[in-house]
Design a protein. Structure first.
Lengths: 222, 261
């Protein structure tokens, strides 16, 4: 740090690039959370179905994802799939697929726990008024589960947002990759990393605050 | 001339594993009657009630609702279990109020009442809202229709639950110890709603430990003991002329409210 003179003009000059990169990261996280939630919900139903041929493969999927590094999954899909002639995914799509599969495993566990924690009494009340099985799911079980699991869903969104930095490894122009590019061109390492860290921090914190509001909005379950 | 039996149970049996909880229950409820089940914990009252709307499935005997067997149809000599959809349709003809209220926590009082009206009975939102408002008014909660369950007291929640059940215009209303989870000072408001329903001619089957209320409101009282009907009859007979030691000692627990206890 001796003789390091801060020159923040590099940030101003690259503000547009950094903004785009930040928005891309946020978009990747949100899209992956959405796809992952669909995967996770289906997987959770498979897990609680009581049918081994459904729940065993899902169990294997969840444990595989949870016990291997995300970066390996990203490399595997990006460099590995083309070897099997799956070439229609560009690097961003490939990353979204990786992150969605990753999110799906975690969301499966969140939803499985959520489904298991729904008090039996609500289901019985739904039966008693004559709701059919899928109506009980749609109008009672899923809405209650969504409220119960909202804090966990929020935590996953924040994690996924931070994990988008791994997309730098396959040159997706999100925040971390963009920062490295600017560094390489300007050598203003401190300014860039400090700024990017602040952007990650502020965004994640903002997401957390918004989720807090959402939780309060849906706090009808005590 | 006897009134037609709305609900008829014959020799209903139910076991949980090795334990036989219901050992052959016979019971008839006619249109407009209030019938009460009393008995000690574990005597099978609640299990029997839950068999009627298929929250439990009986494994012997038969339960007929308006003449239709509940939970199955006869295919020749064999019983064939009904599909979930048909079972749901049977349940829609019955109302049930639970000990723990069981209001849907994510819905307001009005929405709790409306859910069955719109999704099961196919009524429009507007019509369902009117009906919900009407019944919430009848249970004294017209001004609470926008409240969520957690914003209501236990007594208020239970009254919403009653409104939810009765709004569906069920053939028969089942009450499963609906005041047992309430603070003592909230019991009266729920009982008075039930009294009003009984007076309006609603057919009701209740499990209750509120003996004074049971004696007041019932046309017929059934004392269950160890999974069997030990004594049944009009309240005056059951309460004032208990035929067995077990009924005498059961009634005696209620602080000598009845006769010499």
């Amino acid at each position: 740090m001796i003789d390091y003179h801060f020159d923040w003009s590099v940030i101003a000059r690259n503000a547009g690039k950094l903004t785009d990169a930040l928005l891309l990261g946020l978009g990747l996280a949100v899209v992956s959370l959405l796809i992952g939630s669909v995967i996770g919900l289906l997987a959770a139903y498979a897990r609680v179905s009581g049918k081994a041929w459904l729940s065993a493969p899902v169990w294997a999927y969840v444990e595989f994802i949870r016990c291997t590094p995300l970066l390996l999954l990203i490399f595997f899909l990006y460099f590995g799939l083309p070897e099997f002639d799956v070439t229609f995914l560009d690097k961003t799509q490939s990353f979204v697929l990786s992150l969605s599969l990753y999110a799906g495993a975690y969301m499966c566990e969140v939803f499985r726990a959520g489904l298991a924690s729904i008090p039996k009494q609500y289901v019985e009340a739904a039966k008693a008024i004559g709701l059919r099985p899928w109506q009980r799911q749609a109008y009672v079980i899923l809405p209650v589960m969504f409220r119960i699991t909202l804090p966990s869903i929020g935590n996953n969104l924040i994690s996924l947002f931070k994990d988008t930095s791994l997309a730098a490894a396959i040159a997706v122009p999100e925040l971390t990759f963009t920062a490295r590019q600017i560094n390489a061109n300007t050598f203003r390492v401190m300014e860039v990393w400090l700024t990017v860290s602040a952007l990650y921090l502020a965004s994640a914190y903002l997401i957390a605050m918004m989720l807090r509001l959402l939780e309060r909005r849906y706090a009808s379950i005590r | 001339m006897t009134e037609p039996a709305l609900l008829q149970a014959r020799d209903v049996r139910k076991s949980f594993g090795q334990i036989e909880v219901l050992k052959g229950i016979d019971l008839t409820v006619s249109q407009g009657q209030v019938v009460s089940l009393i008995g000690a914990s574990g005597s099978g009252k609640t299990t029997f009630l839950r068999c009627i709307n298929l929250l439990e499935e009986h494994d012997g005997g038969e339960i007929l609702l308006d003449g239709d067997p509940v939970g199955y149809i006869m295919a020749g000599e064999r019983r064939k279990r009904l599909s979930e959809t048909r079972i749901s349709a049977q349940r829609a003809r019955l109302g049930m109020v639970f000990q723990q209220f069981n209001l849907f926590p994510h819905l307001t009082a009005a929405a709790n009442v409306m859910l069955g009206l719109t999704k099961v009975q196919g009524k429009s939102d507007a019509e369902a809202r009117d009906i919900a408002q009407h019944w919430l008014g009848r249970v004294g909660l017209a001004d609470r229709s926008g409240h969520y369950p957690y914003q209501l007291s236990g007594g208020q929640q239970q009254r919403v639950a009653i409104a939810r059940a009765v709004a569906m215009q069920p053939r028969l209303l089942l009450f499963d110890e609906v005041t047992s989870a309430l603070d003592p000072e909230l019991v009266a408001e729920v009982l008075s709603v039930m009294q009003g329903l009984a007076e309006s001619g609603m057919t009701m089957l209740l499990v209750s430990h509120e003996m004074l209320f049971v004696r007041d409101v019932s046309h017929h009282v059934v004392f269950l003991d160890q999974g069997k009907v030990a004594q049944a009859g009009p309240p005056s007979e059951v309460f004032d002329n208990p035929q067995s030691d077990r009924l005498r000692s059961f009634l005696g627990r209620f602080h000598g409210l009845f006769g010499r206890g």
